[in-house]
Design a protein around this ligand. Sequence first.
Ligand code: ADP
Ligand code: 5GP
Length: 211
Amino acid sequence: MRRKGIIIVVSGFSGAGKGTLMKKLTEVYDTYALSVSMTTRAPRPGEQEGRDYFYVSREEFERRIGQDGFVEHAEYCGNYYGTPRDYVESQLEAGRDVILEIEIQGALEIRKKFPTALLLFVMPPSAAELKRRLTGRGTETEEVIERRLRRAVEEAQGIEQYEYIIINDDLDTCVKEMHSLIQGAHDTPFRNKEFIGEIRSQLEELTKGEK
Ligand code: ADP
Ligand code: 5GP
């Protein structure tokens, strides 16, 4: 049986450590394809075009929405974010697991379009630690940090829509846990309907005329 790729959606409050986690996960395990999103927000110091995001104007983003260029897109704190369609489709086709680090509206959209997608929600060990990480990153103004924390209050309402929560306390432990959850997800019956169907018909075939 050829192993099929699945989509893994990773969401979590801003500052929970999603970016750090994804970087480490893809360094340690080379099996994952990490989708690079498109956004209208400005690059942060140290971010690189094509590695962290593809940075475009609102006009360009809206033009791509019109061309059905995204598998999902959403607005978050005043900016557009979207997952380019071509990369996701070609990687899945090649049998690779594709990771999307996206917020909840996009996550729910993905689940509608790809029912086998695995939805993971990354949590900080505490709210105080979240604020410390967000402030410690030093990339946002006080005003933007406050806005993102308020947004976290809203996002916290949606956590039960996810299949697993992952607590990002110790980074290495968290990376291992994420990898094992993904591997486990591959073995759930509802993600293997085709294979189960094949075995059933082989069994039927094998037992034909044996009565
Ligand atoms: P997100 O992508 O979720 O917004 P980041 O990956 O940018 O979050 O992480 C926010 C800050 O928290 C960064 O400064 C990062 O170095 C730090 N951080 C991430 N994971 C951990 C961890 N397990 N322990 C301590 N600090 C962490
Ligand atoms: P940031 O500005 O901190 O990089 O991202 C802000 C939020 O947008 C995060 O919750 C991040 O997961 C989300 N995000 C990043 N890319 C995408 C995307 O392509 N689609 C959606 N829906 N959300 C995204």
